[in-house]
Design a protein around this ligand. Structure first.
Ligand SMILES: O=c1ccn([C@@H]2O[C@H](COP(=O)(O)O)[C@@H](O)[C@H]2O)c(=O)[nH]1
Length: 313
């Protein structure tokens, strides 16, 4: 069994990029052919949407699998549609795993320890996906309930060669409401960062990084730089690039000198590239997969040109 960060780093080095493609389907923005297929073959609204989401994500996976090391399905978009949506999410995760991608399920789970253990066992599969339920390599986790509630996630992750990313400093505009609250001169997010780094050190693999990572938003570059320094053994998941306004310059501080230590997510910017310039000008609506391919290649080049990720090339 291989360690999560070692597997992720091997995938990053193989693809020569830390670009992470989020899978965030939205029914109103889906290509017409996909909606029409789903309408033909299904009856209830939930079944139609779930089938359309599944086809859309499977086709994105076909396009991006040769280009990037990992994908991040956003569970919320699937869960909204109940059992049909959840079944679609499961098949999307499996297809991504079979395509050789590392899969980070963004479900932001967290609960008292005994319940957290059920989330951990359900979601985390590590390398062996034969008897897995959700079969994700990694799960995002909310630390608000305290350190004891992270423990079951850590134990299951280590046991299965999987990983977790703990929310430390999120990318949303109101991130500071609670995360910047100070106690004895220390921000709440810094307290969480210290706890996560301790877990990362305890779970270190053959390389420099642990199985326990942190979510740190690209939209707060100063905090991102500070957190990279505070958490030298913690792999970072960095959302906020693209649609939320952050650029490659904002995420440069997330990496170590080799270009490892962080993966940079873009969801809408890739999934719906066809809706925006320059891709909407270069491609017809039905050429949405080409738009996704070129938008992914552009993101990879942007990160390579403006961050230490260039050292992976
Ligand atoms: O701090 C956070 C934590 C998670 N996210 C999630 O990442 C993607 C971002 O989507 P874009 O379309 O690239 O903006 C989305 O699934 C969020 O729920 C985040 O943005 N910030």
């Amino acid at each position: 069994m291989h360690h999560f960060s070692d597997r992720l780093n091997a995938a990053i080095q193989k693809k020569k990029t830390p670009a992470l493609v989020g899978l965030d389907p939205r029914f109103d923005w889906l290509p017409a052919d996909i909606v029409s297929n789903a309408n033909k073959n299904h009856h209830t609204q939930a079944e139609i949407v779930a089938a359309a989401f599944e086809e859309f994500c499977l086709r994105i996976i076909d396009v991006v699998a040769p280009l990037v090391p990992a994908v991040k399905p956003q569970a919320a978009f699937f869960e909204e549609w109940g059992p049909a949506g959840c079944a679609a999410l499961q098949r999307v995760i499996l297809k991504a795993r079979e395509a050789g991608l590392v899969v980070i399920c963004d479900a932001k789970r967290g609960d008292i320890g005994s319940t957290a253990e059920a989330y951990a066992r359900g979601y985390l599969a590590g390398e062996n996906i034969d008897s897995a339920i959700w079969a994700a390599d990694c799960l995002t986790v909310n630390p608000y309930l305290g350190s004891d509630t992270l423990e079951p996630f850590v134990n299951v992750a280590v046991e299965r060669g999987a990983g977790i990313y703990v929310l430390v400093r999120t990318s949303n505009p109101g991130a500071g409401t609670f995360q910047d609250r100070k106690t004895e001169g220390t921000n709440l997010y810094e307290c969480v960062a210290a706890a996560v780094e301790e877990l990362a050190v305890k779970t270190k693999g053959a390389g420099n990084y642990g199985s326990i990572g942190a979510v740190v938003g690209a939209t707060y570059p100063e905090e991102l730089n500070q957190l990279r320094a505070l958490m030298p053994h913690t792999p970072l998941l960095v959302p906020g690039y693209g649609s939320q306004g952050a650029g490659a310059g904002d995420v440069a501080g997330a990496f170590d000198k080799q270009g490892l230590g962080a993966i940079i997510n873009s969801s809408r910017g890739i999934n719906f590239a066809i809706r925006k310039a320059p891709y909407s000008e270069k491609f017809a609506p039905q050429e949405w997969e080409q738009a996704i391919e070129i938008a992914t290649i552009d993101m990879i080049a942007d990160l390579a040109n403006h961050t230490p990720a260039g050292n992976l090339q």
